[in-house]
Design a protein around this ligand. Structure first.
Ligand code: HEM
Length: 509
C-alpha cells in the first residue's frame, strides 16, 4: 500500500513540477522582464500586484465611476465609461501600461501607431486578443471572424465579405424599411390617449436590429432567432464578468456554477442555430443572403469550403457583432438628436426633402442624406460602440520610439482618441456633426469606429444603411425630446450602452 502511495505521489510530482515551473515562469519571470523593458523606456503605470496585476484596481475604478449617473446630459463621458483612460495617464503619462494577471496592456493613443499596427500585414500583430485573450470570452465572440486569425480568418473573410457588399445591401433596403415601418406602426398606437408618450428606444432598437439581421442575413424571422438573442444576452453578462477578471490557465474546465452555465448556454446557442440553419438552409441555399453564401461555399469541391460547425460559429458572430453595435449606434443617435433639437430639425428637413413625408427611403434617396450621415458619424465619434481595440504583439517590434516586447497586448482606446482635444479641438466633447461635412477628413488612426485595415468591420455598410433607414423613417413620422425619466449613464458592457435605458418623449407629426 505504502509503495503504491509512493508511486502515486511520485507520478503527481512528475506531472505537477513542470506545471508549477511553467506557472512561475509565466506569472513571475516573464512579467518582471517585460516590466523592466517598459521602465527603461520611461513607460509607467499603476503598481502591479504579483499575481493579479491591476485587475482589482481596474474594477475599483470602474465601480466608483459607475456608482452614480452623470449630473447632466453632456458628452465628456470618458471618465465614466473607461476611467483608467483618464486617471492613469494623468498620473503616469502616455503611453501607459497596466496588467491583467501576467499580461501587460500597453495603452497607446498616438494615431500614427494606431494606423501602423492596424494596417500591418506582416502578421506581427494578432487580433486574437479580442475578449482580452480570455478563453471564457471566446464562447461569445466564438470561433467566427472576430476571433479568428491566420489562414482560417482569410478563408472565412473571403466567403463572408462579398455577402456585405453595397450592391447586395441595397437589395435588402426594402426589407429593412418594412421591418422599421412595422416597429413605427406600433409606436403610433402605443398611447392613443396622449399626444406625447415615452419610449425606451434602446429596447426598441435591439428588437429592430435583431429582426433585420435575422431577416436579411439568415432569411428567418426574429421569432425564430429570438431564443438565440436571449441566450446571447445571458452569455454577454457572463463574458463581461470573465473579461474583468484574470484568467488562470485551465480554469474554464473547473465545473464552477458559472462555468457550467457558460457551457450550457453555449450548447444551447449552437443547438438553436443548428435548428435555424436546418429550417432555413434549404430556402437559403443559392440565395444572396449570408447563410446562403456560406452554405454554397460549404458544398463539396469548393475552395472555400466551410463545415456546419464553422457556419454556426459565424452565425453566432453575426448575431452578436451585428446587433449590440448597431442598436447602440441608433440609440445614441436618437438620444443626441433628442437633446440637440437644431440638428433634429436640420436632419428632418433633409429627409423630407429627399424622401417626402411618406415615401420609404431607397438606395437612391439614402445617398442624398448627407446630414443624417454626418449625425451618425459624429455619434460614432462621441459614443463608439467598440470602446477599444486590442492587438497581441507576436514578436519584438519597434514602433517609432516605442520598443515593444513580444507578449504585450496593445490597446487602442477608440473612445479616448475620439475625445482627444489635441485631435478634435477644445470642443472635442461637444456634439457637432459639421466636423464630418463633405470634404473634411481625419487621420485614419484618429477616427476608427469600425477599425481600419484588413480586419475592418465586415458589417460596416450594413450597419450604416440600417441606421440611416431607421433614423430617416423615425424623423419622417415623429418628433422627440429627452424624457425627464432619462438618466445619463453611459457604460461599457461589451459595447458602449446607456446603463438605465434611453427614454425619449415621442410625438407624431
Ligand atoms: C455600428 C455598428 C458597428 C460597429 C461600430 C462595429 C465595429 C467593429 C469593430 C471596431 C471591429 C473590429 C475591427 C478590427 O479588429 O480591426 C469590427 C469587426 C467586425 N464586425 Fe463590426 N461593427 C458594427 C456592426 C457590425 C455588423 C452589422 C456586423 C454583421 C452583421 C458586424 C460584423 C463584424 C465582424 C464579423 C467583424 C470581424 C471582422 C474581421 O475580423 O475580419 N459588425 N466591428
Amino acid at each position: 500500500m505504502a509503495a503504491l502511495l509512493g508511486i502515486l505521489l511520485a507520478a503527481f510530482l512528475i506531472a505537477a513540477v513542470p506545471f508549477a515551473l511553467r506557472l512561475l515562469h509565466s506569472f513571475l519571470w516573464v512579467p518582471r522582464r517585460l516590466e523592466q523593458r517598459f521602465r527603461r523606456q520611461g513607460i509607467r503605470g499603476p503598481p502591479r500586484r504579483l499575481l493579479s496585476g491591476n485587475a482589482a484596481d481596474y474594477r475599483d475604478l470602474l465601480a466608483a465611476a459607475q456608482s452614480a449617473p452623470l449630473p447632466s446630459f453632456h458628452h465628456a463621458v470618458v471618465a465614466r465609461v473607461a476611467p483608467h483612460y483618464r486617471e492613469w495617464p494623468e498620473r503616469y503619462g502616455r503611453p501607459f501600461v497596466f496588467w491583467f494577471g501576467p499580461r501587460p496592456r500597453l495603452v497607446v493613443s498616438d494615431p500614427e501607431v494606431v494606423k501602423a499596427v492596424l494596417t500591418d500585414s506582416t502578421g506581427t500583430f494578432d487580433k486574437a486578443g479580442s475578449g482580452g485573450g480570455n478563453p471564457l470570452a471566446r464562447q461569445l465572440f466564438g470561433e467566427g471572424l472576430v476571433g479568428l486569425t491566420g489562414e482560417k480568418w482569410a478563408r472565412h473573410r473571403r466567403v463572408i465579405a462579398p455577402a456585405f457588399n453595397m450592391e447586395r445591401i441595397k437589395g435588402w433596403i426594402s426589407e429593412i424599411t418594412a421591418i422599421t415601418s412595422s416597429m413605427l406602426d406600433k409606436w403610433e398606437v402605443r398611447d392613443v390617449a396622449h399626444a406625447e408618450f415615452e419610449i425606451d428606444v434602446s429596447k426598441e432598437f435591439h428588437t429592430l436590429i435583431a429582426d433585420v439581421i435575422s431577416c436579411v442575413a439568415f432569411g428567418s424571422s426574429y421569432k425564430e432567432g429570438k431564443r438565440v438573442f436571449q441566450l446571447q444576452e445571458e452569455q454577454l453578462k457572463l463574458t463581461i464578468l470573465a473579461m474583468r477578471t484574470v484568467y488562470i490557465p485551465g480554469f474554464r474546465f473547473v465545473p464552477t456554477k458559472k462555468n457550467r452555465c457558460r457551457h450550457m448556454l453555449n450548447q444551447e446557442v449552437r443547438n438553436s442555430l443548428r435548428k435555424l440553419i436546418e429550417i432555413n438552409g434549404r430556402k437559403c441555399e443559392d440565395s444572396n443572403n449570408l447563410l446562403g453564401m456560406m452554405l454554397s461555399a460549404s458544398k463539396l469541391g469548393s475552395e472555400f469550403r466551410m463545415g456546419i460547425e464553422e457556419i454556426i460559429d459565424e452565425c453566432k458572430t453575426f448575431y452578436f457583432a451585428g446587433k449590440e453595435t448597431t442598436a447602440n449606434l441608433l440609440t445614441w443617435a436618437t438620444l443626441l438628436l433628442a437633446l440637440h433639437q437644431e440638428w433634429q430639425n436640420k436632419a428632418r428637413d433633409e429627409v423630407l426633402q429627399a424622401c417626402g413625408k411618406s415615401e420609404h427611403p431607397n438606395a437612391e434617396n439614402l445617398s442624398n442624406l448627407k446630414i443624417v450621415n454626418m449625425v451618425l458619424k459624429e455619434t460614432l465619434r462621441l459614443y463608439p460602440p467598440a470602446v477599444f481595440l486590442n492587438r497581441m504583439v507576436n514578436r519584438d517590434v519597434k514602433l517609432g520610439k516605442l520598443d515593444i516586447p513580444a507578449g504585450t497586448q496593445l490597446q487602442f482606446p477608440i473612445l479616448d482618441i475620439h475625445h482627444d482635444v489635441n485631435i478634435w479641438g477644445t470642443n472635442a466633447d461637444e456634439f457637432d456633426p459639421s466636423r464630418f461635412a463633405e470634404g473634411k477628413s481625419y487621420h485614419l488612426g484618429a477616427y476608427f469606429p469600425f477599425g481600419i485595415g484588413p480586419t475592418i468591420c465586415v458589417g460596416q455598410n450594413l450597419a450604416m444603411v440600417e441606421a440611416k433607414v431607421a433614423l430617416a423613417m423615425i424623423l419622417q413620422r415623429f418628433a422627440f425630446v429627452i424624457s425627464p425619466s432619462y438618466v445619463h449613464a453611459p457604460m461599457h458592457g461589451v459595447t458602449l450602452q446607456p446603463q438605465y435605458g434611453a427614454q425619449v418623449l415621442v410625438r407624431e407629426i
